[in-house]
Design a binder for this molecule. Structure first.
Ligand SMILES: O=c1ccn([C@@H]2O[C@H](COP(=O)(O)OP(=O)(O)O[C@H]3O[C@H](CO)[C@@H](O)[C@H](O)[C@H]3O)[C@@H](O)[C@H]2O)c(=O)[nH]1
Ligand SMILES: O=C(O)[C@H](O)COP(=O)(O)O
Length: 240
């Protein structure tokens, strides 16, 4: 399991402890992506193997660093599990991280190469208008013909072969959109699965809107660098 984390000191311990309960997850790595708080120390205390970036480099870079750490461990300790499948989860899932099993089973059973979690309605409503989600969903649809329910979901399990085929990952917040397109285009089997996971939703204040702006830019870049023409926002499409 690889958990990218930036300034997650209040949530990371619960997430790591829940992750450690999953029998299939024999390695739990937290990638501290240049946090300015105690994320790294708290994660290590909770039992994770912690690696990190001296400076913030974004979620996609943290995912690549986490996968490299898994490879480093495997090269030191040859095991019949290697090369392991990778399960990426966000640091803010807390106790719900124990319920990722629906993501793992199809990959280990060989019926999917990449699983993506579909989350239930969250306890607190988010503040978004669906702009980023729509850009990503319609972009994936235009690129591949497949329409994802939750295109931005970062809770993902994939075989090592699929992960390698997705490299280099689309930078920053474009990572999920880019990965889905790249793997589908190469013929990998992608499956959305429902999982009872809960995370901190993005709100409505200026920081949240800035975050959405960065997400939008990341998704847009992932699409344009893949030759996908982004669609107009849904609000405008309806009028056309
Ligand atoms: O520079 C950063 C910023 C965030 N994170 C971590 O990335 C994860 C997701 O970040 P979060 O702030 O929770 O973003 P959300 O907007 O809630 O994320 C949604 O949308 C993202 C794509 O835009 C996906 O990556 C997430 O899985 C999905 O929950 C968390 O573990 C963060 O700690 C980093 O590693 N580096
Ligand atoms: O709140 C969210 O779901 C994400 O930040 C994406 O925002 P959106 O509502 O603009 O798609």
């Amino acid at each position: 399991m690889v958990i990218p984390a930036k300034d997650e000191q209040d949530r990371i311990a619960a997430t790591v402890r829940a992750a450690a309960e999953i029998p299939a997850a024999d390695i739990v790595i937290v990638v501290d992506d240049g946090s300015t708080d105690r994320t790294a120390a708290v994660a290590a205390d909770a039992g994770a193997t912690v690696v990190g970036h001296a400076r913030n480099r974004g979620k996609a870079a943290a995912m690549e660093t986490g996968a490299m750490a898994v490879s480093a461990i495997e090269s030191r300790e040859p095991s019949r599990n290697a090369p392991r499948a990778l399960l990426f989860i966000d640091a803010d899932l807390e106790e719900s991280a124990a319920r990722v099993r629906p993501l793992i089973d199809p990959v280990l059973a060989g019926t999917a190469d990449l699983t993506i979690a579909v989350l239930p309605p969250q306890r607190n409503p988010g503040g978004g208008r669906g702009l980023v989600v729509d850009l990503s969903r319609t972009g994936i649809e235009r690129a591949t013909g497949w329409t994802p329910r939750q295109p931005l979901s970062g809770q993902r399990c994939l075989t090592r072969a699929a992960f390698t085929a997705a490299l280099p990952l689309a930078p920053g917040w474009g990572v999920e959109t880019g990965m889905t397109i790249d793997l589908l285009r190469q013929g990998y089997r992608v499956l959305e699965v429902e999982a009872d996971l809960h995370h901190r939703v993005t709100g409505t204040d200026w920081k949240a809107q800035l975050h959405r702006g960065r997400q939008y830019a990341g998704v847009m870049r992932a699409l344009t660098t893949r030759g996908v023409r982004p669609s107009l926002p849904a609000q405008l499409r309806r009028g056309t």
